[in-house]
Design a protein around this ligand. Structure first.
Ligand code: C5P
Length: 296
């Protein structure tokens, strides 16, 4: 069984106060884009293999989140987690595009098919939520509003197709470290952290398929923290704006930067221009929204 699963970019990431459980309540507008990992499962002793051009730091052991997903599902079904998992990675590692979460979602769906469990989608979503805050969205795909830790999802109306350029950086950023830096910056400025709200301008731009309005409404509360931990990203973001991106922001906890283009041609021009000034390790183009984890 092989499942293809997309990366995500956060169009709005509103971060509320730190909760007692160590998480933050979010207003998280997820958007699935056409950068995919593929996860294949075959019967065998539980193992995880990882293939791809840039896979440094991805554990090739059952501790990989995809292995944990297989164990969780097996436990739920009362079967042995006898599955050999192969992950073919295209989504940047520790890049703020939920690659690890995507692999976990794909493993859940692939094992559900392999073990002929046919669990209801709602049950898979519940299991996904216990694996990580971004895992349910990787199953759902499209464009969706995530509340709570980001796992309480409502699909959002979205017209047309949006075209993106992603600037991949050398090395990743740790998500907990970026959230902790966000808390530190807020405390240092004695900032009263208010409850985040979804942006009406952003939701209208999505519904109308208005790329220019969407570009103006993109917002990420984690961006100042990611920029403090990786100051070179400021140059990347500035270059995108200088080359005419409709909007630019750090994707999730970074360090990938996302640039919104007017159309496919503009995205190509933008990628070429950004490639010429050496502000990223690699530039990739993708469009969204795309479906969530899909059995091939
Ligand atoms: O849920 P997940 O394991 O992906 O979260 C990774 C880390 O990101 C958490 O341990 C926490 O530090 C941070 N996080 C958070 N608030 C969220 C989601 C994640 O603080 N809503």
């Amino acid at each position: 069984m092989t499942v293809r699963v997309p990366a995500k970019v956060n169009l709005q990431l509103g971060v509320g106060p730190l909760r007692d459980d160590g998480y933050h309540d979010l207003v998280n507008v997820f958007h699935a884009v056409s950068l995919f990992d593929e996860v294949t499962v075959v019967p065998g002793e539980l193992s995880v293999a990882v293939e791809g051009a840039s896979i440094e730091g991805v554990p090739a052991t059952p501790d990989n989140l995809a292995g944990r997903a297989a164990r969780l599902l097996a436990e739920h079904l009362g079967v042995e987690p006898e599955v050999a998992i192969t992950i073919r990675k295209e989504i940047p590692v520790a890049g703020g595009m939920a690659g690890g979460s995507a692999d976990a979602a794909a493993a859940l769906l692939a094992c559900d098919a392999l073990w002929e469990a046919n669990l209801p989608f709602a049950t898979l979503m519940e299991l996904a939520g216990t694996l990580g805050s971004d895992v349910p969205f990787a199953l759902l795909g499209g464009t969706a509003l995530g509340l709570g830790r980001g796992e309480k999802l409502t699909p959002l109306p979205c017209s047309g197709e949006f075209h993106w350029v992603f600037a991949l950086a050398d090395g990743g950023l740790s998500t907990p470290a970026v959230y902790a830096e966000c808390d530190r910056i807020r405390a240092a400025h004695s900032e009263r952290v208010s409850w985040p709200h979804e942006s009406p301008a952003l939701l209208a731009a999505l519904a109308e398929g208005d790329a220019e309005a969407l570009g103006a409404a993109l917002a990420n509360d984690l961006q100042p923290a990611a920029l403090t931990l990786r100051p070179s990203l400021q140059r990347t973001l500035t270059a995108g704006r200088d080359f005419g991106a409709l909007g630019s922001l750090v994707s999730g906890s970074g360090p990938t930067c996302a640039f919104l283009a007017a159309d496919a041609t503009h995205a190509l021009d933008l990628a070429v221009a950004l490639g010429g000034v050496g502000v990223a390790r690699t530039l990739v183009r993708a469009s969204g929204p795309v479906p969530g984890a899909t059995l091939l």
